[in-house]
Write a protein that binds this ligand. Structure first.
Ligand code: HSE
Length: 301
């Protein structure tokens, strides 16, 4: 009977103009320990997220493991799963994707590693419904992922390690189903062109290191204008980012976390000014600055 430990990075999806498509992985991790047992399902959560997470067959880690076991025809008598989470839950930082990816990779390892990365990417997208969190959680770095069957995806080469991501995290959650519910059924041709041009620019500026273009590349008309009303304080944080030297600011995934993309040279100054600003004006928000994770989820034996 086997066991393994999987470490999965947080992710930020959409990245401004790249709605449902472009995501990035961060050095902020959940970890999943899985052990085969003689019978039953035991799930332990050893952190603050325990009040949010189901400890039965609805658990996303368990569903990921079972998806792989069913696909490859592997049987086990029982499972013990231990979750140790640093990624805040329902904050737009890929906590549910981390559960899905952790489960799929653990299931794959325990059943003999028969599935390759492309198959894991595809199964993860099917379980999550869109590929922009799950794909970078698997590949690390920036990933562009299109929801075809199978998923068409590429991990973007990043020029240097000069980008930092300032995460403004509120103390209130925002459910993705609710945040998708406010989106319109159709957008105008003008708005489609607005986003296509900026998403293309986003990819090019990441690959070439032209971060000065990120301010334009992060602009969006596909989801942010509709979701802002669900996130109290969002405009003040966008303004803070602009006034304090960020390349650009966007809503992470479906929110409510807001991300300012900054240069590493201003990290310390940006952090202390943001801390002071939040303490004074928006003390239900906190700030954390993270780097890109380049490796994606890893399985340790
Ligand atoms: N692309 C997704 C959305 C990410 O914006 O709804 C949220 O998980």
């Amino acid at each position: 009977m086997g066991n393994c430990q999987v470490k999965i990075p947080a992710t930020s999806a959409n990245i401004g103009s790249g709605f449902d498509t472009i995501g990035v992985a961060f050095k902020l991790y959940n970890s999943v320990y899985v052990e085969e047992t003689d019978g039953g399902l035991e799930i332990e959560v050893i952190d603050a997220s325990k009040k949010f997470l189901p400890k039965d067959e609805r658990n996303l880690v368990y569903r990921g493991i079972k998806t792989v076991f069913d696909k490859v025809g592997y049987r086990c008598d029982g499972l013990k799963i231990v979750l140790n989470n640093e990624i805040p839950v329902t904050r737009g930082l890929g906590s549910s994707s981390s559960g899905i990816v952790g489960g799929l990779l653990a299931g794959n390892y325990l059943s003999g590693n028969t599935l390759g990365t492309d198959e894991i990417v595809n199964l993860a997208c099917k379980l999550e419904g869109h590929p922009d969190n799950t794909t970078p959680a698997i590949t690390g770095g920036f990933a562009v992922a299109v929801k075809t069957d199978p998923v068409s995806y590429i991990k973007l080469p990043v020029k240097n390690n000069d980008l930092r991501f300032a995460l403004f995290i509120p103390n209130f959650p925002l459910n993705t189903v609710r945040a998708r519910g406010v989106l319109p059924k159709a957008v105008s041709h003008t708005d489609a062109v607005y986003n296509i041009s900026r998403a293309s620019l986003l990819t090019a500026s990441i690959m070439s290191g032209r971060y000065d273009l990120l301010g334009t590349a992060l602009q969006d008309r596909m989801h942010q204008p509709f979701r802002k009303c669900l996130i109290g304080g969002v405009n003040r944080i966008f303004k803070f980012g602009k006034d304090n030297g960020a390349y650009g600011t966007y809503i992470s995934g479906s929110g409510p976390t807001i991300v300012s993309v900054i240069d590493s040279s201003i990290e310390n100054k940006f952090y202390s000014e943001a801390q002071e600003f939040l303490n004074k004006h928006m003390n239900n928000w906190s700030i954390k600055i993270v780097e890109i994770d380049q490796n994606g989820a890893t399985v340790n034996i």
